[in-house]
Design a protein. Structure first.
Length: 688
């Protein structure tokens, strides 16, 4: 990424651009707004044909001007959004590589005989007979696209799971070969024209809002069965009914295997394939999915954290209103922590029409304190005419209100983003990311709108719990994904450590949010953690359903061993186990939570302040804390684990001052006094 740490907006071409217009806007955006680069977002309003010579020539004008001005360009990979259609080119040139949907056809019979012509369906994924929870794979009874089968009893229905065109003209996100076709239509075209600017002027690519809900939440792919067999060694046919129905004690296992694989196919099919291309061509990849703030993301791209496993720069959208996705910021930044990424992007302020400059700073500080450190404002518009700006605000030097603040704002962002980008995050508290339970809850028959992701429950409190920890109790944390818990942690002396990371994650406390279903593998890893001396806290609902259903007795015994009970009560239950201790809390907002965490966090705010948020980071030279008071004045004492000399820097004035601090044992205390909406950078060096 660039040495200029100011923000880099999306630039909507909402009118036909000219060479002179492009040059003028870019120069003045640098000189009068302080921007460090652009990502051009073209669409029909620019009156050009996507990927035509005229379009690419004008784009080249922007690239050359960026080089002249010392700005960086990010390739926005689409004509409008969401990413995947290549401005209609995918549908026109590669219709077979476009998105598919899984449909269910149900057949009944009055005489136990089933004769079903399947030839009308483009692709049959499974044919299963089902009566209550009994299921029979009927694939052996299908010949020449016709099913002939006689049931041995009444009451059976035949379920036919068929793959159809989703009619979106958008790439099949789950199929790497299809994604490579999308790359041919977009990234490869840019590279052929601008290859000498890749890795210098053009330093990144950006995708926007891929999602499953346009396919009625049932996005699927023809390679699913072969990938399932490759991973698990048997056919998924008998698990297809679990996508739509409860199939009894196997439901949790079946859904976690099926929806879990779909999430993996998205992660390795869309962002990973594009990332591999970007790496090969010397640039980074960023971008974000849609609807990140939903309680259950299984219907969006499957698993929000896993979506970014293979991506250089995870991202999130902050759009429509202040704090819309605030609870989800930590999910995305925790993905970076889990899979060793330094940068986390947010496209921000889009369609927040009347946001004030105070609101912009407030939202920025919410993002910064939750681990986002690379901002992409939405947006600069080619034509600032109020009638032509589709999504206000227009964030350029031309705007009567915002224009006068942008240079100062970008200087502020550069001051904060530089240390936050060049350091790893420090955490001692983790919240288990409850994807195993979310996949158990999810099904294609739920009655909600697919745009809302998937079904949830009152006790599914992980997002609210995270917000409560940060905003009310003033603790920082990371979400811990089960994939990382199972495969990339070490446990020693009451700490769980993410291995081989630029981040500094040494968890002495892990919180299980309210959840019903969890894997035995997860519980056994947590048991090992507690035995070594760790602290484990369950809030709202102790898990009672084990995904490996054949292990329910061992699971129930282990939960009772850990927590002293199998059921959540109205009181706090405290149970010592091994060298550690477990707590079961009746809710995530139980008064005792603060007391439990007060000696577990590496940084403790002594007197709680509503809306006082912070992030702790570390590099080879120093520790960095960034505090922001979003809701009210903050006048409190902060205690840091370790002995430090400290310096405060006001990121608005850039003035640095030494801090009066008191070392007590192995802790450093200092007084923090911030006005509402004020923030402070704190730099600390360890002293003997």
């Amino acid at each position: 990424m660039s040495d200029n740490y100011a923000t880099r907006p999306l630039w909507f071409w909402n009118d036909k651009p000219t060479d002179d217009g492009i040059k003028e806007i870019m120069q003045k955006c640098k000189e009068e707004s302080g921007y460090a680069g652009f990502g051009i977002l073209p669409y029909n309003a620019c009156k050009l044909e996507y990927m035509s010579e005229e379009y690419l020539d004008l784009y080249e004008t922007a690239v050359l001007q960026a080089k002249k001005l010392g700005l960086k360009m990010c390739l926005y990979d689409e004509w409008w959004f969401p990413s995947g259609g290549a401005g209609g080119i995918m549908k026109e040139q590669y219709p077979n590589a476009c998105a598919k949907r899984l449909d269910l056809e149900i057949f009944e019979s009055n005489n136990r005989l089933f004769h079903v012509d399947l030839s009308a369906y483009p692709k049959v994924m499974a044919v299963v007979a089902m009566r209550e929870n009994k299921r029979i794979d009927l694939s052996e009874f299908v010949h020449d696209d016709v099913l002939n089968w006689e049931a041995d009893d009444d009451g059976y229905k035949v379920l036919c799971f068929v793959l159809v065109d989703a009619e979106l003209g958008r790439v099949d996100y789950l199929n790497p070969d299809s994604v490579r076709k999308f790359i041919e239509c977009t990234h490869e075209v840019y590279y052929r024209k601008f290859n000498k600017y890749f890795g210098n002027v053009i330093d990144s690519s950006f995708y926007d809002e891929p999602q499953f809900y346009s396919a009625k939440g049932r996005a699927w792919t023809e390679i699913f069965n072969e990938k399932f067999i490759e991973k698990y060694g048997f056919s998924p046919a008998l698990y297809y009914p679990a996508l739509f129905f409860d199939i009894g004690e196997e439901t949790a296992k079946a859904r976690n295997m099926m929806f879990g694989l779909r999430a993996e196919l998205y992660s390795s099919g869309f962002p990973k394939v594009i990332q591999e291309w970007c790496t090969e061509h010397g640039i980074s990849l960023t971008g974000h999915v849609d609807q990140e703030e939903v309680d259950n993301p299984c219907g969006i791209t499957g698993d929000l954290m896993l979506s970014f496993k293979y991506q250089d720069i995870p991202g999130i959208d902050e759009i429509f209103c202040e704090e819309r996705a605030s609870k989800a910021y930590k999910v995305v930044s925790s993905s970076a922590v889990n899979w060793n990424k330094r940068l986390v992007m947010s496209e921000c302020f889009g369609a927040i029409e009347n946001i004030t400059i105070e609101g912009i700073y407030r939202e920025t500080n919410d993002l910064f304190t939750k681990g986002i450190n690379h901002l992409v404002p939405h947006a600069v518009w080619y034509n600032p005419d109020n009638e032509k700006v589709k999504f206000k605000p227009e964030l350029s030097y031309r705007h009567d209100y915002y224009g006068k603040y942008l240079t100062e704002y970008n200087e502020f962002c550069a001051t904060v983003q530089k240390p936050l980008q060049n350091s790893g995050q420090v955490n001692s508290i983790a919240i288990l990311y409850p994807i195993e339970n979310l996949q158990y809850l999810y099904n294609f028959s739920w009655e909600g709108d697919p745009v809302n992701g998937g079904p949830t429950t009152e006790t599914n409190d992980y997002l609210n719990l995270g917000q409560y920890l940060i905003r009310e109790l003033n603790y920082d944390f990371s979400f811990l994904h089960p994939d990382v818990l199972h495969n990339n942690v070490s446990i020693s002396n009451g700490e769980m450590i993410i291995n081989d990371s630029i981040h500094h994650q040494r968890y002495n406390t892990i919180i299980i949010p309210g959840m019903n279903a969890v894997s035995l593998k997860t519980i056994m890893k947590l048991k090992e953690f507690v035995e070594s001396g760790g602290t484990l806290i369950s809030t709202s609902e102790l898990p009672t359903t084990v995904i490996e259903y054949t292990e329910k007795d061992l699971f129930s015994h282990t939960v009772k061993e850990l927590f002293g009970t199998n059921k959540t009560t109205d009181e706090i239950v405290k149970n010592r186990f091994g060298k550690g201790i477990c707590y079961s809390l009746p809710s995530s907002k139980t008064n005792g939570l603060d007391e439990i965490l007060s000696d577990k966090s590496d940084t403790v705010v002594v007197n709680k302040v509503h809306g006082l948020q912070f992030i702790h980071k570390r590099n080879d030279i120093e520790d960095i804390w960034y505090f922001a008071s979003l809701k009210e004045d903050a006048d409190t004492i902060v205690s840091i684990n370790g002995k430090y000399d400290l310096t405060f820097q006001d990121p608005r004035t850039k003035i640095s001052i030494p801090v009066d601090r008191l070392i007590k044992g192995n802790h450093t205390e200092f007084k923090l006094n911030l006005k509402k909406e004020q923030s402070i950078l704190i730099f600390g060096t360890i002293v003997p």
